[in-house]
Design a protein around this ligand. Structure first.
Ligand code: MN
Length: 494
């Protein structure tokens, strides 16, 4: 899918008290910091210096301009010198873009034999940024606070994580999740309030009759199918029984569905979609291979009508663009109660090959539910390494993000009879604690898994969205988690 260019505005706070020469230096220092950030090559956006702000009017004007710039996905604010924070109130009340408060100082170390009052006045973020932090807290502004010298690579890591989430947030606001069929009958956790979702996250949930997809499938030419099957043959291994005969017939049907699905998603300008195995009227098979390949191309996906997970997969894929690792729709399937415990993760078909360790293999097997023909799918095992599994649940009046840090490991043995793509992971701190914590949180069986992102990205996401976030990690203890949930309930309401 087409990728847009974004920017983040870098705005510096000061005041006129110090005189023109000091302000010229503040301005020059700010430009050096911005140039260094851009030169680091760590950000998916250009950081644009928007000037040194010295008055209520200048601040308001800079923020109105940031609001108005469609390419601007966030603002970084730094109080180089003391900037009396009442000046910021009017502007901050208008600012609608995500904020990162960079608490840095131009010079990294104190020059012991040289330091005088001029130096002190040009290196006083220590009190300027505290004044600013006060007003941000008092106005209850959502933001990220990053502390450290601007040339420190850890500081770059934190800014980079946030800037990725700013892009994801921007694109999620514009995402259209297209549903083919409704949520699976009677399932609670995948359902929710689509109006509240649009209010909270900005994405729209639309409905496309599955008949429109079926009609599109009927229009696909045999030539187009043959070309796509050749692409499959170049990209994947094929199971022996899929190289010809009935197996190949089903692979061709899967290719036909993929071509039609891409066409319909483009027609609707959708960046995420859901399917439902119980609502495939007019289709030969559940779109498995198609869902896998569309996810690889950046589409969000949720099975059984799970539009919240489809949107989250999409947001996480945008945040992860260009990073090593992959992001996929996933489902908790089978437990392995041995040692710290582990979970076999899979789905009926729809796991994204971006997380595959080896070349995926095209296979065709019966599905057992849905009453359709045998669907084609890519079978593989996920790479080993750390990742995060995340979900958003609708608690009725609000949303909760739940994140579990996990460690993907190699399955203990071959899985010759398992006909689906899979990951095998140990959730932190261990299976018993993590599963209990997840259940206390009311988490889904579906997740968005990413080996490209870390909890920091999701923490930034929750902060920008203004929703509760619970992290299940190496420190999690069930008693503490239950208290956190109760305290959060007092804060957010039920
Ligand atoms: Mn499912």
């Amino acid at each position: 899918m087409q990728q847009k260019e974004y920017e983040i505005r870098f705005l510096t706070g000061a005041q006129t008290l110090y005189g023109d020469e000091a302000l010229r230096q503040v301005d020059a220092h700010s430009q050096v910091v911005v140039d260094a950030l851009n030169a680091s090559g760590r950000f998916p956006v250009k950081i644009v210096y928007g000037g040194t702000l010295k008055s209520t009017d200048e601040i308001e004007s800079a923020f109105l301009s940031a609001n108005d710039a469609s390419a601007c996905v966030g603002v970084i604010l730094w109080m180089h010198t003391f900037s009396p924070a009442k000046m910021w109130i009017r502007g901050l009340k208008t600012l609608q873009k995500p904020i990162l408060h960079l608490h840095t100082q131009f010079n990294a170390e104190i020059p012991w034999s040289e330091i005088d009052m001029d130096y002190m006045n040009l290196n006083q973020s220590a009190h300027g940024d505290r004044e600013f932090g006060h007003i941000m807290t008092r106005l209850n502004k959502s933001r990220k606070v990053v502390v450290g010298h601007w040339n420190d690579s850890e500081v770059h890591d934190h800014i980079a994580a946030w800037s990725r989430v700013c892009v994801a947030w921007r694109e999620l606001n514009q995402t259209r999740v297209l549903r083919f069929g409704d949520n699976m009958n009677n399932v609670a956790v995948t359902d929710g309030d689509k109006v509240a979702a649009e209010e909270t996250f900005g994405f729209r949930v639309l409905y496309c009759p599955v008949g429109e997809l079926a009609a599109e499938v009927a229009k696909v030419s045999d030539g187009a199918v043959a070309a796509l099957v050749s692409e499959y043959e170049r990209e994947y291994e094929f199971a022996d029984d899929c190289k010809s005969g009935d197996g190949m017939t089903q692979v061709r049907e899967a290719a036909r569905i993929e071509i039609a699905l891409r066409e319909v998603l483009e027609r609707w300008n959708a960046q995420a979609f859901t399917t439902n195995f119980d609502d495939l009227y007019g289709l030969n098979q559940l779109p498995g291979l198609a869902a896998q390949r569309l996810m690889k191309d950046g589409y969000g996906f949720g099975a059984e009508g799970d539009w919240k997970t489809a949107a989250l997969v999409r947001a996480m894929k945008v945040a992860a663009r260009g990073l090593p690792g992959g992001t996929s729709f996933m489902e908790d399937y089978v437990y392995h109660f041995k040692g710290k415990g582990a979970i076999l993760q899979a789905h009926m078909l729809e796991v994204c090959p971006s997380i595959a360790k080896d070349k995926p293999r095209v296979e065709v097997h019966p599905l057992g539910i849905g009453g359709k023909s045998d669907p084609a799918r890519l079978v593989f095992t996920a790479s080993e390494g750390s990742g995060v599994a995340a979900t958003i649940v609708d608690l009725g009046a609000r949303y909760r993000l739940i994140v579990n840090e996990v460690e993907c490991v190699a399955p203990e043995d071959a899985l010759p009879k398992l006909p689906v793509a899979r990951a095998f992971w140990t959730p932190r701190p261990d299976l018993k604690t993590a599963a209990a914590a997840w259940i206390w949180c009311g988490g889904t069986h579906h997740t968005s898994f990413s080996s490209a992102l870390t909890r920091e990205h999701l923490e930034d996401f929750a902060e920008i969205a203004g929703i509760e976030a619970i992290f299940i990690d190496s420190q999690t203890k069930i008693y503490d988690l239950k208290r956190e949930l109760r305290w959060n309930e007092a804060f957010y309401g039920r």
